[in-house]
Write a protein that binds this ligand. Structure first.
Ligand SMILES: NC(=O)c1ccc[n+]([C@@H]2O[C@H](COP(=O)([O-])OP(=O)(O)OC[C@H]3O[C@@H](n4cnc5c(N)ncnc54)[C@H](O)[C@@H]3O)[C@@H](O)[C@H]2O)c1
Length: 428
């Protein structure tokens, strides 16, 4: 009898919810999360990640549940739980292990489990397989099958990037691969490429992310060197980008939850194999240092503008991972905040996209509405949200004290009008 996929999505966060929304348009689907609050909110039409409107959620053909046993009649499980770092920058696989234990309670003969998370090569067929077998009493490769298809979603617009970004798929045998390809190709409008093994697909994903992290590190290091010569990194990168073979990466506080994690996952794996990586974590060290560099820069700019450092009012604008995104899981922003506070600065936050309560939970302070912001001695603009792009000179001036300084990490603010009005304006 032909396999009739009945989907479940395990983990309905920033990555899992768009997967559930997109796949439910083609297949019967249940969405599971162990966070009951999240499930209650989704059932009521509220998405705290800010990706979907109420009518989209209420109109979706998804059975949202926090009861694992409700997934018993599903046979094709998409696992989208987080694989972050812990406080010591060590891979934290506990959500993945816990998800496998939960899946083990309802896994049935003939099921396919597809992992989507970024992991070190070998994790799916080692840790995940072992945990699923232990929890279910079934035998992997015989009773149930494994597959892997890494997420390549862009934090700016996850569902669109899910639909339009080429994707890799791997499975433990040909028949499973054919089924997984059929399901993904029915939804993803870009190329879905089968690769030879789950190991190759896992390794490809960590390589993609690590390459991006190293490219950011190179731009960051270049920006630090150029800054010592009072040259704008953004301007130099734009100039270099006129060479068609140059790949542009923006310098900044590179520390998204997953691009910061992959190099550590890869390095930890290398160490277990007796090889000490030379390059992979060098990039991370540069990127991890950017929060100190930027905090020191705020101090220098204040001093140069004859402004006080102790007690300086500093507005951090744009707290999300990317422009126009609501995702505030920026691992390095916390470091920048801590550094600025250690200098005795008085911070206030602004972001037009982030959920204020999520900001309070993650960063310890509610963001202010535009009209409630106190005049600042320094504006630190982290990402170029559309709202900020539309600011004219008067809006910027209206946010600062007369000698206020602007630190534009994204390099999108025209400095000349501000300088002509007596303000310092620095970009990376
Ligand atoms: N978010 C992205 O843009 C992105 C991009 C590329 C790859 N990824 C990959 O997608 C995976 C998921 O990331 P995310 O950003 O969606 O994470 P997230 O933190 O937004 O969401 C994870 C969700 O999983 C739930 N969860 C945690 N443990 C669970 C368990 N044991 N059982 C059921 N639910 C559980 C949480 O309650 C949460 O709602 C990551 O491994 C990451 O590698 C994400």
């Amino acid at each position: 009898m032909a396999f009739e996929p009945q989907l479940s999505v395990i983990g309905l966060g920033y990555g899992g919810l768009p997967i559930a929304m997109a796949f439910s348009k083609k297949w019967p689907l249940k969405g599971f999360d162990l966070d009951r609050n999240r499930i209650n909110q989704l059932q009521e039409g509220f998405d705290r990640t800010g990706q979907y409107e109420s009518d989209q959620l209420l109109g979706a053909r998804i059975h949202f549940t926090a009861e694992a046993k409700q997934l018993r009649d599903c046979n094709f499980h998409l696992v989208a739980v987080p694989t972050p770092l812990n406080e010591e920058d060590q891979p934290d696989l506990s959500p993945l292990v816990s998800a496998c234990k939960t899946i083990g309670t309802f896994l049935s003969r003939g099921d396919i489990v597809v992992f989507l998370a970024t992991v070190a090569p070998g994790t799916t067929e080692d840790l995940c397989l072992y945990t699923l077998e232990q929890a279910s009493g079934l035998i992997g490769g015989v009773d149930f099958k494994l597959a892997y298809s890494p997420n390549r979603i862009d934090p700016g617009n996850r569902e669109q990037s899910l639909l339009h970004t080429p994707r890799l798929v791997a499975a433990e045998d040909e028949a499973t691969l054919a089924t997984v390809l059929k399901v993904f190709r029915s939804v993803v409008q870009a190329e879905v490429t089968p690769v030879g093994s789950i190991l190759v697909a896992e390794a490809a994903k960590v390589l993609e992310v690590t390459q991006e992290d190293l490219n950011h590190a190179l731009m960051n290091e270049m920006a630090i060197i150029l800054d010592k010569m009072d040259i704008s990194g953004h301007e130099v990168i734009q100039a270099a980008a006129t060479n068609p073979s140059f790949r542009s990466y923006v310098p900044g506080l590179t520390g998204g939850r997953y691009n910061a994690a992959a190099p550590y996952y890869l390095s930890q794996k290398a160490l277990t194999l007796g090889y000490t990586p030379q390059v992979i974590l060098a990039g991370r060290r540069v990127n991890d240092h950017m929060s100190n560099f930027i905090a020191a820069k705020v101090v220098k700019e204040l001093v140069r503008a004859n402004q006080p450092v102790l007690g300086a009012k500093v507005t951090l604008m744009g707290l999300t991972l990317a422009a126009d995104s609501s995702d505030i899981r920026h691992t390095k922003l916390k470091n920048l905040i801590r550094e600025l506070q250690e200098f005795g600065m008085d911070l206030q936050f602004h972001d037009p996209h982030a959920d204020p309560h999520a900001v309070k939970e993650a960063l310890g302070m509610l963001p202010r509405k535009f009209e409630d912001l106190a005049l600042a001695n320094a504006l630190v603009v982290l990402v170029p949200h559309q709202e900020y792009r539309e600011f004219g000179l008067e809006e910027w001036l209206g946010l600062m004290e007369p000698q206020g300084v602007v630190l534009d990490l994204a390099g999108f603010i025209d400095p000349k009008p501000l300088i002509s009005r007596g303000h310092r304006c620095w970009n990376l």
